[in-house]
Ligand binder design. Structure first.
Ligand code: KG4
Ligand code: ZN
Length: 337
């Protein structure tokens, strides 16, 4: 009860998220998604996302407060995603957060969306071990982070040099004629396929970095499909999906566990929308067990974009005694870690 009640606001992509958190306790978490409005375009349309955030913002705040049994006046501080993300989308959340902070006379904290994806694990598994390695895999990002303190000391070890992991899933799904967003569809199709039926390349495998690359893999799948169509051979979507997924899961989990071993870190957090992937989870479990590393994967609802992750990070920032943002807080579409 002594801990401050933090309201977190997230609008970096197509989810309007509002979360209420006290320390590691999740009290409210409401998400309004505009994903259906983007399906026919095969990807998020920024202008459409911004308008949807504007419409959803206030109702989502009130739904989150209701579900937490709290009133606006109970909120002690407001945390908001300042970046990275879509410019217009971020502006809606930051403007709303400033208005709430000003109206309530409560401090405002602009935080990093990527670090929020790591902080959210505390709501599921309790305080994060220090240090931890975090693998962040979503539609927009693929990052490996060394997290000594989630509020004050997060270091990037590696990133994708081209497509994000989720982007690769979405592009390959499109090649296979599966709907957007493609990740869950590939995951499902792969269950009926044989991952060893095709050997697709492993981008940046064993290159001595913690960077990732998925565009070569995507091209290899495209070529496989083209060749198959030209030769009139029977293309097995489940086999292609399984082999593609195996390549992604293999590289991601190998590098993440290697980072734990190299840095002597005993805990790995995997978060972001792609963390819902069944093969990534299974392979990470196996490799973490072999390396004696504890694996922490938040439930899918917390892995995808939401406001609770921003509130969870806000709670840590407040606890660390960092200064609040001023009302001229700027958004940054490529905010660094
Ligand atoms: O974190 P998220 O909800 O939004 C972003 O910040 O990007 O991640 C969305 C991404 C999409 O690319 C989607 O295809 C992927 O996560 N995804 C999956 C699965 N579920 C969602 N990818 C692989 N396997 C899944 N089961
Ligand atoms: Zn995200």
């Amino acid at each position: 009860r002594d801990l401050p009640l933090i309201m977190g606001i997230e609008t970096s992509c197509d989810e309007t998220g509002v979360g209420l958190v006290r320390g590691c306790e999740l009290l409210g978490d409401e998400v309004a998604s505009s994903v259906e409005q983007h399906v026919r375009f095969g990807g998020v349309v920024p202008e459409v996302a911004s308008r949807a955030h504007l419409e959803a913002m206030v109702p989502t705040v009130h739904r989150a407060l209701d579900s937490a049994g709290a009133k606006l006046s109970d909120v002690d501080a407001i945390a908001v995603t300042a970046g990275p993300g879509l410019a217009g989308a971020l502006l809606v959340g930051v403007s709303a957060a400033k208005a709430y902070a000003l109206a309530l006379g409560k401090p405002l904290y602009g935080v990093n969306h990527l670090v929020g994806h790591v902080a959210v694990d505390q709501l599921e598994h309790g305080p994060l071990p220090k240090p931890a390695i975090a693998l962040l895999v979503s539609g927009g990002h693929t990052s490996l982070l060394l997290v000594r303190d989630v509020a004050t000391d997060v270091q990037s070890l590696g990133d994708t040099v081209d497509d994000a992991a989720g982007e690769a899933y979405d592009k390959v799904a499109r090649l296979l004629g599966l709907p957007y967003p493609g990740g869950p569809h590939i995951d499902r199709a792969a269950r009926e396929g044989d991952p060893r039926s095709i050997r697709f390349p492993r981008g940046k495998w064993g290159d001595g970095t913690y960077d990732f690359s998925f565009s070569g893999l995507k091209t290899a799948v495209a070529r496989w499909v083209e060749d198959g169509e030209r030769n009139g051979s029977d293309l097995s979507v489940p086999d292609i999906a399984a082999a593609f997924q195996e390549s992604v899961a293999d590289v991601l989990t190998r590098k993440a566990v290697d980072a734990c071993v190299e840095h002597g870190v005993g805990s790995l957090v995997i978060s972001g929308g792609v963390a819902a992937n069944s093969r990534i989870r299974a392979l990470a479990e196996q490799r973490c067990a072999e390396a004696g590393v504890e694996l922490r994967v938040p439930r899918p609802r917390l892995c995808t974009d939401n406001g609770a992750m921003i509130a969870a990070l806000g709670a840590e920032v407040v606890a660390a005694g960092l200064p609040p943002s001023t009302l001229d807080l700027a958004t940054d579409t490529s905010l660094p870690i």
